[in-house]
Design a protein around this ligand. Structure first.
Ligand code: NAG
Length: 327
């Protein structure tokens, strides 16, 4: 990680992982009855480590932070990709004059908005290049869905399409793993298209950014209130607005009847960060497709000029090699 970061011009700060054995059940927040099927030892350690990161962001009052798991990989062109993503993300996070952000986020001016036609933002962001009003940017995942319309009569939620992005592999390389059934992105868009949209059904937490307010909300929800499942599954549900309604046990009737503002979570397909599969090494992912061992080929799904696969070349001043050449 240190070398990969140095070779791509990133400065990273480490936060220690936590072994699940060191997390006694009595410190977990929420009702033990709510933990269907119990929790694995690994998911307790993972939860605590992510809470430690969020706690530090809140304590140090950091404006925004990108949280990376230590098996993440990315393209050597990450900074240029992030500049494009930032402009696309603002369609979801930066209010247009005279229009409430929630409307824009849920419906958009039109469902498909090509990058070249992004409306001129009336209000420039002041806090972050990614816009001022967001909670979470889910940049590294192992799958996400295009969000569905809220009702059949409503237009589908906004998608910003980045066309001819040559950092996106061609269609035949978009399957995340050999057991994956289909890939919506490959079926619905021309090759080399990246799509930015609201998070829906997103899983795995290789990389996500939180804003100050996002970190505070998450630390409250999952450090104080609830702990029911693996961290990425809780985060998925949080972004999918399943925590939007205050709990029925809330004693304050005024608060109980008001709808809490939905979190603003923006994601991207294909993701900008993914798991790196080392030679012969099994993934730690416990979900379907996880644990698959590729003994023949080190690889990182979706990432063409992978930093991890090119470290040997980069330290020697050689140009990086494309692992997903167009066929
Ligand atoms: C956190 O930072 C914000 C923005 O700079 C500031 O307004 C706020 O007072 C800070 N909070 C604390 C607790 O330092």
């Amino acid at each position: 990680m240190t070398l990969a970061a140095a070779l791509s011009g990133l400065e990273i700060t480490w936060v220690n992982g936590v072994a699940g054995q060191d997390v006694p059940d009595k410190v977990l927040p929420g009702d033990p009855e709510s933990r269907q099927g119990g929790l694995t030892v690994g998911s307790k350690g993972c939860w605590r480590a992510h809470m430690d990161v969020l706690q530090r962001i809140v304590r140090e009052n950091i404006t925004s932070a990108l949280i990376l798991e230590d098996d993440a990989d990315w393209d050597v062109r990450l900074k240029a990709q992030m500049q494009v993503f930032a402009q696309a993300a603002r369609a979801f996070t930066q209010p247009l004059q005279g229009q409430p952000l929630s409307e824009q986020y849920r419906q958009g001016p039109q469902p498909e908005l090509p990058f070249a036609k992004l409306p001129h933002r009336n209000l420039r962001p002041s806090l972050s290049a990614y816009g001022d009003d967001w909670d979470l940017l889910w940049l590294g995942h192992c799958g996400t869905d295009f969000p569905a319309a809220q009702a059949p009569s409503k237009p589908p939620p906004l998608r910003v399409t980045i066309e001819n992005d040559m950092t996106v592999p061609s269609h035949q390389h978009l399957k995340p793993h050999p057991f994956a059934l289909r890939d919506d992105l490959a079926e619905k868009y021309p090759p080399h298209t990246r799509v930015v949209h609201a998070s829906s059904g997103t899983t795995c937490t290789q990389a996500y950014a939180v804003s100050r307010k996002g970190a505070r909300k998450l630390l409250w929800q999952f450090g104080v209130e609830t702990m029911t499942a693996g961290w990425d599954l809780m985060l998925r549900d949080w972004c999918d607005r399943l925590y939007e309604h205050p709990a029925g046990s809330n004693p304050n009737p005024a608060e109980a009847t008001s709808r809490r503002r939905a979190p603003v979570c923006v994601t991207v397909q294909p993701p900008l960060f993914t798991h790196h599969y080392g030679k012969g090494a099994a993934s730690d992912i416990t979900a379907a497709g996880g644990g698959f061992v590729n003994r023949d080929k080190e690889m990182t799904p979706y990432v063409r000029l992978s930093v991890r696969l090119n470290m040997g070349r980069l330290v020697n001043g050689e140009p990086p090699v494309d692992q997903w050449e167009d066929g």
